[in-house]
Design a protein around this ligand. Structure first.
Ligand SMILES: *[C@@H]1O[C@H](CO)[C@@H](O)[C@H](O)[C@H]1NC(C)=O
Ligand SMILES: *[C@@H]1O[C@H](CO)[C@@H](O)[C@H](O)[C@H]1NC(C)=O
Ligand SMILES: *[C@@H]1O[C@H](CO)[C@@H](O)[C@H](O)[C@H]1NC(C)=O
Length: 351
């Protein structure tokens, strides 16, 4: 409650629309009018654009289909989780316009791979269907262990290692995150469990905003946690120290939020808006900044356009060189955007 005046001041000063402050919880939800949204849309020309296309040697849609998430490991290597093919592909690119691939992790226990994280030489992969996070050797792909169970996870998707070295897992069917020790796999409890709980206020109980359809999470520069909620059509921000919900934002801007990542250079939060083919940019306080990449309004109307840079974006990741990588779920394209110039390029699989 003591933080309330600060939030009110901030959002009234900077946001385009009114805010909704839940009187019981003090949770702030920035709210925008339809006309203001349109204004923002028109203002917000994509900041990044892509031009050329490049190819992955030998890869076809039978190798790289339905990419859900992207993970960089070093300057010339990235992992892509292929949701429907149940494997993780490692791409290494070479000078020029080529990259090589290797099916890096697969097997019976990898059933619907989604989120990935690297920690101390191990690659963690969320396996959606069987409620597990697999831990594999990041060099060899050898299976090292299994984390979680159907009691602690329920369709795990996004994962991340926090600044505290803890593994955080977002489950699509749980209204909170789950925490694990990444080395031993020990379950450490729920995180962000305040989302959706009823809060006693006067003689009534007021429900807080409910996190539904958690997809992905990222830590901002202050260590707070941002979670995309597909069915809530919003992003939930939790205090990284105590797990309390701070705000929910993005309502009216995101349309089916899936991937989320923090740009370490600007501190801004980038969110893929799956249903309207865009990547949106927010301040860590939830203020909408603009469309980072994706189809402008006119282009969206003729989405058959093969040059549309991204289509139903899922995973997002910044590389060490500051470029933003976006996975397009239905087309299998991995598009790279240069923040500072129109020199983006798209890696595509070809049949
Ligand atoms: C991964 O395997 C390599 C050998 O291929 C080994 O040197 C390394 O210690 C292993 N790392 C982990 C985290 O198991
Ligand atoms: C998070 O909680 C800590 C400790 O309770 C507090 O000091 C900090 O200000 C909170 N951060 C936010 C963003 O609310
Ligand atoms: C991005 O564009 C800037 C400006 O043209 C250029 O200096 C930089 O090398 C580019 N970065 C990459 C990774 O291509």
């Amino acid at each position: 409650m003591s933080r309330l005046p600060f939030h009110l001041l901030f959002f009234m000063g900077l946001a385009a629309g009114p805010v909704v402050v839940d009187p019981a919880t003090g949770i702030v939800t920035p709210d925008f009018l339809a006309s203001e949204q349109l204004f923002y849309e028109q203002l917000a020309k994509p900041h990044f654009s892509s031009q050329q296309m490049e190819y992955i040697d030998g890869a076809s849609s039978t190798v790289l289909r339905n990419p859900y998430s992207i993970l960089h490991s070093g300057l010339d290597e990235l992992f892509v989780a292929s949701f429907t093919l149940n494997h993780v592909v490692r791409l290494r690119w070479m000078t020029g316009k080529r990259a090589q691939y290797k099916v890096f992790a697969s097997g019976k226990e990898l059933d619907g791979p989604v989120g990935m994280a690297l920690h101390r030489g191990a690659l963690f992969i969320a396996s959606f269907t069987n409620d597990l996070v697999l831990r594999v050797n990041a060099t060899s792909g050898e299976l090292l262990g299994r984390i979680g169970s159907d009691e602690t996870l329920d369709c795990p998707e996004g994962i991340a290692i926090g600044p505290d070295g803890v593994l955080y897992v977002a489950s699509f069917l749980l209204p909170h995150l789950s925490m694990f020790d990444p080395e031993s796999g020990a379950y450490l409890g729920k995180f962000g469990a305040s989302a959706g709980t009823s809060v006693a206020f006067a003689s009534t109980k007021t429900p807080g905003p409910s996190l539904r359809g958690a997809e992905d999470l990222t830590f901002d520069l202050l260590g707070d946690v941002h979670v995309t909620a597909y069915y809530s059509n919003a992003i939930f921000k939790f205090n990284g120290t105590n797990g309390q919900i701070v705000s929910s934002y993005g309502k009216g801007f995101v349309n089916g939020p899936v991937g989320i990542t923090c740009d370490r250079a600007s501190g801004h939060i980038f969110v893929s808006s799956y249903k309207d083919h865009k990547v949106l940019r927010f301040s860590p306080l939830g203020q909408f900044i603009g469309v980072a990449a994706g189809a402008p309004m006119e282009q969206q109307r003729k989405l058959g356009d093969p040059n549309a840079p991204i289509r139903n974006p899922s995973g997002l990741a910044f590389a060490e060189d500051g470029t933003l990588w976006v996975a397009s779920y239905p087309t299998g394209a991995i598009t790279r955007f240069n923040n500072s110039a129109a020199t983006g390029r798209t890696w595509r699989v070809v049949d």
